[in-house]
Ligand binder design. Structure first.
Ligand code: FA5
Length: 353
């Protein structure tokens, strides 16, 4: 039996020396030390031998099994390194040649559709002389509410269910929250500028909302503000029309209706005829055929006053565009929750570099 084991091992050495491929090596492993392998069968047969023979054959069979095991592992490691080297050779990129950087077929990342539309909106307003401002996501109560004519007991706060931070101080400049709208950047912008000025402020906002097809807890707005002398509702409508015709590149039906926001007077809601259902009613427009997209109005004199601007001399307009819904209307997306789903099948449709 010991002789037989020696012959088996020699045969194994011959066969393994010819193999380089991982699958072949694994097949050979099964042939010799797999469950029904030649060496394994000797080991299983030990129980039928008399004690003396078992004591002789057993250690030899185990030693051969270990040797085979080690040789196979060694060979597998080498095959793996070969495989990696082959792959590197095939996908070799000559970084000294610019075009080489674009020839591989790896997946590329892209910008999120909301980022893309935000950039478009920024470019439209930049071309009309607006600045683009940024503001922090963590705001204080003063900028988010009080300076916008929404004191602590005002019912308008109920419309923006707020995530508050715990702050021991009662100081409204220190009481922190996740901003519920981008209107707080109006206050920051007004404090640092003297009229005339015009700016937009895009970004994320946060509300403790129950989500549905058109509501998210984290969504995006673009605030806009223009302050100067003798500004009228006509000016406001002009800028809103330019924005929508640039974004949709076609005539879209809109309607302006009165809307209440404590920081504008008069205030309006600009709705767009639902482009998902064409106005017949769906879950996005809540069966009414219109989607609230762009609330706006003439800046309330008290808001100007609170920010140190003389309302007797200056006036202006402001608007708060909902970016997520704008993207939904533009691309016919029927559920806002796709945006944060992380589903690559969804976002890859909008790839742009
Ligand atoms: C505001 O946030 C006001 N600050 C807008 C404003 C600015 C009015 C300047 C007047 C002057 P509202 O809560 O309606 O308003 O939100 C504005 C837009 O954000 C909505 O028209 C809608 O397009 C979008 N929006 C509101 N809530 C959600 C939500 N939960 N999910 C997705 N989009 C939302």
């Amino acid at each position: 039996m010991i002789e037989k084991l020696g012959t088996v091992f020699k045969q194994f050495e011959k066969e393994i020396s010819l193999l380089t491929n991982k699958a072949d090596i694994l097949n050979l492993k099964a042939k010799y030390i797999g469950k029904k392998g030649e060496v394994s069968e000797v080991l299983q047969g030990l129980k039928d031998l008399i004690l003396e023979e078992r004591q002789k054959v057993g250690p030899v069979a185990n030693e051969i099994k270990d040797k085979i095991q080690n040789i196979i592992q060694d060979k597998l490691n080498k095959a793996e390194i070969e495989e990696i080297n082959d792959g590197l050779k095939q996908n070799r990129v000559d970084v000294t040649r610019v075009e080489s950087a674009f020839v591989n077929n790896h997946e590329h990342g892209g910008l999120h559709p909301i980022t893309l539309i935000q950039q478009e909106v920024e470019n439209i307003f930049l071309s009309m002389g607006f600045e683009v401002l940024d503001g922090p996501h963590i705001e204080n109560e003063h900028n988010n509410f009080i300076a916008l004519n929404i004191p602590a007991d005002h019912p308008a706060r109920d419309m923006q269910d707020t995530f508050w931070f715990h702050s021991p101080s009662g100081d409204v400049e220190k009481k922190a929250l996740l901003r519920t709208h981008t209107s707080c950047v109006q206050i920051r912008g007004m404090k640092e500028r003297r009229p005339p000025f015009r700016f937009i402020a895009p970004g994320k906002v946060f509300r403790c909302e129950r989500t549905d097809a058109s509501h998210e807890m984290v969504f995006h707005q673009t605030e806009g503000m223009l302050v100067g002398e003798n500004i009228s509702v006509t000016n406001l409508i002009y800028f809103m029309k330019v924005l929508l015709s640039e974004i949709f590149k076609k005539d879209v039906e809109v309607r302006l209706r009165p809307g209440f926001f404590p920081f504008v007077e008069p205030g309006f809601e600009l709705d767009i005829k639902c482009l998902i259902c064409g106005g017949t009613g769906c879950s996005v427009c809540k069966q009414v055929g219109w989607v609230e997209l762009l609330p706006c109005g003439m800046v309330h004199p008290s808001v100007l006053q609170m920010s140190g601007i003389d309302p007797a001399k200056y006036n202006g307009f402001a608007f708060g565009l909902g970016l997520d819904r704008l993207v939904m209307m533009r691309y016919g997306i029927d559920d806002i929750r796709h945006f944060h789903s992380g589903d690559l099948r969804f976002v890859s449709q909008f790839k742009s570099y």
